[in-house]
Design a protein around this ligand. Structure first.
Ligand code: CMC
Length: 429
């Protein structure tokens, strides 16, 4: 029997349809509320609002579950590669060997960036943040790769998706090389996606880069863990901007801008900066914890807390293990990892963090891993962006393919001044 919810307004009862998701999440469908009842809902931060129906990613924040297309993320981290996971997110199903081979060949075929784009890269100020550069360059891709009218819509989307997945990785490495004043390393057809990235970042004419399988694996895991996270801030930005029917490059560029913020993807950089400050402070985390708990201080413990997870973020668990593995292998003792572990222990026993359900999130250990791989601090959020690309693309595709597609346009409750007269400037006092 179809369930309904009742609301009573001014003594009148209205029935609203209810909808239940495949994992049991229940929602009241308010899409006709204003039309039929004459009121709207208010939900700052959209914490109680589902903006869409989606088949891509399931998150249960109470139980610490994250699945892409039904498959738990830790299974994917253990058995899959980033390219395979990206294929599945975008095309709904895991690929056959032949499909995967074809996809990998296409990614290699589109990995070069138009040479004229280098002039753009070279003219950004040296101190420009790579996220700003990346979002501008992704937007610029449309100019270099315009729509070809002879292609069908499906062909156009497929080629744009492939270009984005392949070129964003190339552009990220290119911006790093140019920033350092080094010779750009081109992508190579004989390397896998992750190997290629590492080679483009670190290979140099004076010191060839030795590709280490464990680092390649760690990078794959890092990107898989970031590949999608349902309607987070940047994905919501991609969907909202995409709903205006802009081209995919522009929608992804909007996602990159949103991800840049320290409350979202920028947190991985902020965590390492915070751990560095604790280290400089003699390793004592107590003053930082005290500041995080002080309501009058805007400081927050970076890498802690999540809008959805009210328990340990399942991605953080996997990330912590990979981090340990890589640092053990490198026989490096990063004092920041020791500080992070101590900080986690203290915070998890502190009543403030317990009462607020604040646990380590994906960014808490990811920065330490990136640092161990050799990624510079200002590239951390770019690494997140490369990982999140398949998620943004699949969410954009799902919303564009939706037969009930609508321009996304929230309402507001106006609480400003009522109508008043315009006072000429000479009469204002
Ligand atoms: N340190 C100290 N207190 C915190 C923290 C924190 N990291 N996070 C939340 N709180 C407190 C906050 O002060 C508030 O307390 P009270 O109710 O007493 O006023 C309460 O917890 C709820 O906070 P909120 O801001 O309403 O929660 P939110 O769901 O809007 O924010 C968040 C989620 C991720 C923005 C927040 O937890 C935060 O700022 N964390 C630090 C930044 C961070 O690590 N971000 C990465 C998120 S995971 C990667 C991603 O998805 O992008």
């Amino acid at each position: 029997m179809e369930q309904t919810a009742k609301i009573i307004i001014d003594g009148k009862t209205f029935e609203l349809p209810m909808i239940t998701g495949s994992e049991g999440e229940r929602a009241i469908d308010i899409s006709r509320l204003r039309q039929e009842v004459g009121v709207v809902t208010l939900d700052p931060g959209f914490a109680n609002t589902s903006a869409c129906l989606s088949r891509i990613t399931f998150v249960d924040g109470e139980r610490g579950i994250l699945r892409y297309r039904g498959i738990p993320v830790d299974r994917l981290a253990e058995h899959s590669t980033f390219v395979e996971t990206a294929y599945m997110l975008i095309n709904c199903e895991l690929p056959t060997q032949e499909q995967l081979n074809r996809f990998s060949v296409m990614l290699n075929d589109h990995s070069l960036v138009h040479e004229d784009m280098r002039a753009f890269f070279e003219n950004f100020p040296r101190w420009a943040h790579p996220m700003g550069i990346l979002s501008s360059m992704v937007n610029a891709l449309r100019a270099f790769y315009p729509e070809i009218p002879e292609r069908t819509e499906e062909e156009e989307i497929n080629i744009t998706v492939t270009r984005l997945l392949s070129k964003v990785r190339t552009m990220a490495a290119m911006s790093y090389k140019i920033f350092r004043g080094h010779k750009v390393a081109y992508p190579r057809h004989d390397l896998t996606y992750a190997e290629n990235f590492l080679s483009m970042m670190f290979d140099s004419p004076v010191r060839p880069y030795d590709i280490d399988d464990d680092i390649v694996n760690a990078l794959n895991v890092f990107w898989i863990l970031h590949a999608d996270h349902e309607q987070n801030c940047s994905t919501a930005a991609v969907r909202v901007v995409g709903s205006a029917k802009v081209n995919l490059y522009a929608a992804i560029s909007a996602g990159i801008c949103a991800l840049w913020g320290p409350l979202h993807g920028g947190a991985n950089q902020a965590v390492v900066e915070m751990l560095g400050q604790i280290h400089e402070n003699g390793g004592d985390a107590a003053p930082f914890i005290a500041r995080a708990k002080d309501r009058n201080d805007p400081f927050r413990l970076m890498g802690f807390g999540h809008r959805i997870y009210k328990t340990y973020d399942p991605r953080a668990r996997v990330m912590k293990k990979v981090c340990d593995r890589i640092l053990d292998k490198q026989r490096v003792r990063d004092p920041l990892l020791d500080i992070a572990k101590r900080l986690e222990e203290v915070a998890l026993e502190d009543p403030y963090f317990i009462d607020h359900h604040l646990y380590p999130n994906v960014d808490f250990y990811s920065g330490i891993l990136l640092k161990a791989i050799g990624i510079p601090l200002n590239m951390f959020t770019v690494m997140f962006a490369i990982g999140r690309l398949p998620g943004w693309i699949s969410q954009w595709k799902e919303s564009s393919d939706d037969p009930k597609w609508r321009l996304q346009r929230p309402r507001q409750i106006y609480i400003g001044r009522k109508e008043r007269a315009y006072i000429p400037i000479e009469k204002r006092g």
